[in-house]
Structure formats: C-alpha cells, structure tokens
Write a protein that binds this ligand. Structure first.
Ligand code: HEM
Length: 153
C-alpha cells in the first residue's frame, strides 16, 4: 500500500507541475496580449487546483498513515528535527506544499471577484505562478540532499 501510494504521489507531481506551468503561462500571455478571459483559462486553473487537491490528499495519507519516515518521526519529534532529511519530510515538505495549495485556492477565489479580464489574468499569473514556484521548491528533486527519483518506475 505504501509503495503504491508513494508511486502515485511521485507520478501526480508531474500533473501538478505541468498544469501549474500551463495555467500560469496562459495567464501571463493573456495579460500581456490583453486577451479576453476564456473558458480555456478557467479550465486550466480548475484542473491545476483539482490535481493539487488530489496530490495533497495522497501526501496527507502518506504523512499521517503510511510513511515509515514521518510516522516514525512522530514518536520522537525532538530527534527528528535534528536530522535534516527527516526534518524535510516532517516539516518542510508539508509546510511549503500547504502554503502553495492555499495560494492556488486564494487565487481561484480572487479570480472570480476580479473587476476585468486583464485583472483576472494578472491574478491567475500571480497566484498560480507563486504556487507553482513553491511546489518546485518543495519537491525532492534528484539534485537535493533529500533526493528522490524523477519517475516512480
Ligand atoms: C500537504 C501536502 C503534502 C504532504 C503532506 C506530502 C507528504 C509526503 C510524504 C510523507 C512523502 C513520503 C516520504 C517517504 O518516503 O516516506 C512524500 C513524498 C513525495 N512528495 Fe509529497 N506531500 C505533499 C505534497 C506534495 C506535492 C504538492 C508534491 C509535488 C507536486 C509532492 C511531491 C512529492 C515527491 C516527488 C515525493 C517523493 C516520491 C518518491 O519517493 O518517489 N508532494 N510526500
């Protein structure tokens, strides 16, 4: 069960990253070229936040139930915080990703309230862009001390 959910979580990272880049890219172009806000723009943001929500649910399942690293760390948080790798999984990964998720959702709410299409593109570019940047920072890429593979298979 742990390996299955971890593989799914690893795979879903690509959906989140690519949809985040896509939604941000569309918003930047829409803002720059003063395009009308379209159904495609709305769908891009919607798919990004749905993929993000699913990814966070998988992450929380790993975090609280399945991961031997985090569930083991809960037994002695003091010691866990002394170890950089364990601290990444117990504190840094979850915190960065929850802040990114909040930004994506706040962005979607503010989009609906925006006064013009230009403001809508600006809001999407800002909030989806910041959320995607945080996702990229909080992901355990192979070049980081907490290195994990790019692909689960
Ligand atoms: C609240 C949100 C999240 C939580 C609680 C969470 C939690 C976790 C946990 C517990 C692990 C497994 C550590 C272990 O090996 O035991 C993990 C691995 C991982 N997470 Fe997350 N995660 C979250 C969001 C995300 C997001 C948004 C992404 C990227 C879009 C992401 C990408 C990854 C990757 C790439 C791995 C390594 C997978 C592998 O080893 O193949 N996580 N996460």
């Amino acid at each position: 069960m742990f390996s299955f959910v971890l593989a799914l979580h690893s795979l879903m990272r690509w959906a989140v990253v690519l949809l985040g880049l896509y939604a941000t890219g569309r918003a930047k172009l829409g803002w720059f070229f003063k395009k009308p806000w379209s159904g495609g723009d709305r769908t891009a943001g919607l798919l990004f936040t749905i993929a993000f929500d699913v990814q966070v649910l998988l992450g929380l399942l790993l975090y609280f139930v399945l991961s031997p690293i985090t569930t083991g760390a809960f037994r002695n948080m003091g010691a866990a915080m002394q170890n950089g790798v364990v601290r990444f999984w117990v504190a840094e990964h979850i915190t960065i990703m929850l802040v990114a998720l909040a930004l994506a959702h706040v962005g979607r709410v503010r989009l609906r309230k925006a006064a013009s299409d230009r403001a809508r593109h600006f809001t999407a570019a800002l909030f989806f862009g910041l959320a995607t940047l945080l996702v990229l920072i909080g992901t355990p890429w192979p070049f980081m001390p907490v290195a994990r593979p790019l692909w689960p298979f």
